[in-house]
Design a protein around this ligand. Structure first.
Ligand SMILES: Nc1ncnc2c1ncn2[C@@H]1O[C@H](COP(=O)(O)OP(=O)(O)OP(=O)(O)O)[C@@H](O)[C@H]1O
Ligand SMILES: [Mg+2]
Length: 493
């Protein structure tokens, strides 16, 4: 694109002859226009310029040259004004198609990368999972539309994994001597529940989408299968989604422990942070977790996806201290209008921003996918749907930093008080009579508190409104204080 717009000359090399020309005019020695290349009047200058350009860069410009020649032949009968108009239009179109959430990127993904992934997965056998490949273990959770189990992927030599385990007398998967690479998480999509099938389809779609666009942000998706017969937890015709087992505990599990955040210290930093007092150590651990959450949100928002259910129970902590987002059944992709229902009830009211929906309620259902995709930059600019997740991320920060807010009752009470205070966190701090510990957020001149107030707020209520993930990562909270950095680095080195 940039190649179509330059007002300076484009220079290229063909068979050792130097050709300098304007992008908008045919290149003939007699050509003269306000766009004419300044080098053309001074070949010596042009050659000197070429000497300092690497050869491969010049080779690449051959393609630009071809495009320009084509452009010139197409616009042969155009006046200069018309040519400029043409270039401006092309430029604006490019800007529109690449603006957030990225219509062009979405189209490339949908029409090129997704089919390519399907072919590659089919060749590698990833799309041919079946019931008999798995032994189901403990139940880990149950939502409205699905039940989650731990399990094991047992290399299949034609038999039924469950039957083989039962015959060997070893019973439940928890008793199996499983290597962590074989451990999986399985989600059974409920059968006969209205909306469950659709929910499962969306969750699968979002997992494939993210495995292409931002794989490091979420649990590794292994694929899906439909149960071929009814036995134990399987119901014939029921769909199952499978992920790599990413870790024993979610952030909610760690937060439920009295020792949080110290219980994540060695996982996050690979060692105990000596030489720092405990309050600062806790603040550093929380900052490290928060940085990962916001970085992942930035990446998924960059792909046009809003998660809509960000909360500690949907953040799995890996052995290596990575935080993986899970549970994309409620996500929405405005780039293609996927899973966008304007008045769908939010999943967890405790983490939901006051506006309740990613787009204003009065927004009607999106038009069919291609049209929705084409309009998505306008919708994104007008409504910033990504800010929905940023409010939830702010609540996670507050819960991590203030122990009283970690319990369901504490959080519910907080939300009631926030409602009374008009979703102004500073007002809430003055209003609340509970004696809360703000020390972690007040550290470092209150940078943590400042970030919290800019996430947990009404959209647009402050200067600039609630922060996006990109803006949050630039907040001083994430810029490590010089003193702390020195201590941490000295311990890590
Ligand atoms: N890939 C994974 N690795 C490790 N643990 C996981 C993984 N996926 C899910 N879990 C665990 O299972 C729990 C439930 O998973 P998930 O959040 O996907 O479903 P849910 O919320 O119970 O159900 P629903 O999606 O129907 O609302 C998580 O809180 C987490 O502890
Ligand atoms: Mg969940």
């Amino acid at each position: 694109m940039a190649s179509l717009l330059p007002t300076t000359a484009t220079t290229t090399l063909q068979r050792n002859h130097t050709i300098c020309f304007s992008p908008l005019k045919p290149t003939t020695p007699t050509t003269f226009s306000f766009l004419t290349n300044p080098f053309k009047t001074n070949p010596a200058k042009c050659n000197a310029f070429l000497d300092i350009i690497p050869k491969d860069m010049l080779d690449n410009t051959l393609h630009v040259d071809q495009v320009l020649v084509k452009f010139q032949s197409v616009t042969e009968d155009f006046s200069d004004m018309q040519r400029w108009g043409f270039v401006m239009l092309a430029g604006l179109t490019w800007l529109y198609l690449t603006a957030r959430p990225g219509v062009l990127g979405g189209a490339i993904d949908a029409f090129l990368l997704a089919p390519l992934q399907l072919v590659l997965d089919s060749l590698s056998g990833r799309r041919s999972l079946k019931r008999t490949d798995f032994v189901i273990g403990d139940k880990l959770g149950e939502g409205s539309y699905g039940v989650v189990y731990s399990g094991v992927l047992v290399p299949n030599n034609g038999g039924d994994a469950e039957e083989r385990v039962q015959k060997s007398g070893r019973g439940k998967v928890t008793k199996l001597d499983v290597k962590s690479k074989d451990k999986v998480i399985l989600k059974k999509v409920k059968v006969g529940i209205e909306g469950a099938e659709e929910f499962g389809e969306f969750e699968e779609w979002f997992n494939y989408r993210l495995s292409r666009a931002a794989p490091e942000t979420c649990a590794k998706f292994l694929g899906s299968f439909v149960a071929d017969k009814t036995s134990s937890q399987f119901t014939k015709g029921g769909k199952w989604l499978v992920w790599k087992f990413e870790g024993d505990r979610s952030l909610a599990d760690y937060m439920a422990d009295q020792s949080f955040p110290s219980n994540l210290e060695s996982t996050m930093f690979r060692r105990v942070l000596q030489g720092v007092n405990s309050s600062k150590r806790n603040a550093l651990i929380i900052k490290q977790i928060m940085r990962q959450i916001v970085t992942s949100l930035k990446k998924i928002h960059d792909t046009g996806i809003v998660h809509r259910d960000v909360k500690p129970a949907n953040l799995v902590v890996t052995k290596r201290g990575q935080i993986k987002l899970i549970d994309f059944g409620a996500a929405t992709d405005l780039r293609v209008g996927k899973n966008y229902v304007p008045n769908r009830t939010p999943l967890d009211p405790d983490y939901c921003p006051p506006e309740l929906y990613v787009l204003p309620e009065e927004t009607l259902s999106l038009p069919p996918e291609p049209i929705a995709a084409f309009l998505s930059p306008i919708l994104w600019q007008l409504n910033s749907p990504d800010l929905f997740d940023m409010y939830s991320a702010g609540i996670v920060l507050l819960q991590m930093a203030i122990p009283t807010l970690r319990s369901p009752a504490g959080l519910k009470n907080f939300n009631l008080q926030m409602n009374t205070c008009g979703y102004d966190l500073n007002r809430w701090r003055e209003y609340t009579r509970a004696r809360l510990d703000f020390q972690i957020l007040d550290n470092d001149s209150g940078r943590g508190w400042d970030l919290a107030t800019k996430l947990i707020s009404k959209r647009g209520s402050q200067r600039g409104g609630r922060l996006s993930a990109t803006a949050a990562l630039r907040h001083p909270y994430f810029l490590l204080g010089g003193d702390q950095a020195a201590v941490v680095l000295s311990k890590l080195s």
